[in-house]
Design a protein around this ligand. Sequence first.
Ligand code: SAM
Ligand code: SF4
Length: 324
Amino acid sequence: MLQDTFGRQFHYLRLSITDVCNFRCNYCLPEGYKKDGSPSFLTREEIRLVASAFATCGTSKIRITGGEPSLRKDLPEIISDISALNDVKQIALTTNGYKLDQRIDSWVNAGLTQLNVSIDSLDKNNFERITGHDRLNEIFAGLEKARQLGMTNIKINSVLMKSENAHEFPQFLDWLKTNAYTLRFIEVMQTNDNEVFFRQNHLSGGLIKAQLLEQGWQQVLRDKTAGPAQEFWHPDYAGRIGLIMPYSKDFCDSCNRLRVSAMGKLHLCLFGDQGFDIRHLLQSEDQRQELVAHLQNCLSNKKATHFLQQGETGITTNLSMLGG
Ligand code: SAM
Ligand code: SF4
């Protein structure tokens, strides 16, 4: 099992397969994706090798992310390669929901077990204003299809923003009365690109938590291996709520994840100050031992916490470069 010097164990890998995105979320890529040179993202075989190396070190959950991972034509094959690894029990995907209704079948058939779809507004016009796309109906149709295909583990990600969608909080709650999804409110995080937006929009998840508790929501007890999200349930609601509060005290104590970028760099933290190159060790199965030793070695550099509270965002320009 991969473990750091603070005794935290890492059984969860977030694997980015592309930096490219077709949306223009105003907190992430307000001007859209800008190509920098001719980036060469990890190939299907390199992705298979990295996933299987992590699996041999105790990784039981792999999340595929981006950029927008569904823009890769070989996504079903990538899911299927990971699904063939016996030790990986959960294969998750985070997507903006683009053409979800047309693509979900192929992902489920390939072995996808968990789906996270980003929906920052339930209002068609506001959704378009935030993301640059009028695609909310197609996303809802895709969610429905995912349910019909038997997916039970569907989560909705909503970035919580003071002047963009906080006013929709009651609508989000209403929606959960009859929709059995877990809605995860994520505090907007500062990156190198969004400092002004962040200052205008950051809203503490602690305020939302207080409102939920006041309205009878109850916190789900977490097991030891659970990540940093706090989850809530309510007897009158079909859905649940998750809060991701990276600015809260002790957030990093329960860190259980590592990240690999689409360029093949290991990131020990979303807001770290470097990525460790592992791509040269993804060229053949024979390099497995060397790769595993390298991963263990890199982990000794993992810090106890990020320094977001001090406005230190590391090398993270925006989250599309690492997948959030
Ligand atoms: N494109 C896919 C999507 O949007 O779901 C996957 C990549 S995206 C970077 C992963 C998650 O990070 C999304 O839920 C997105 O809303 C979230 N995210 C992006 N920038 C963020 C920021 N500055 N603060 C908080 N969450 C952010
Ligand atoms: Fe694209 Fe996801 Fe960033 Fe939105 S949050 S711009 S969908 S990478």
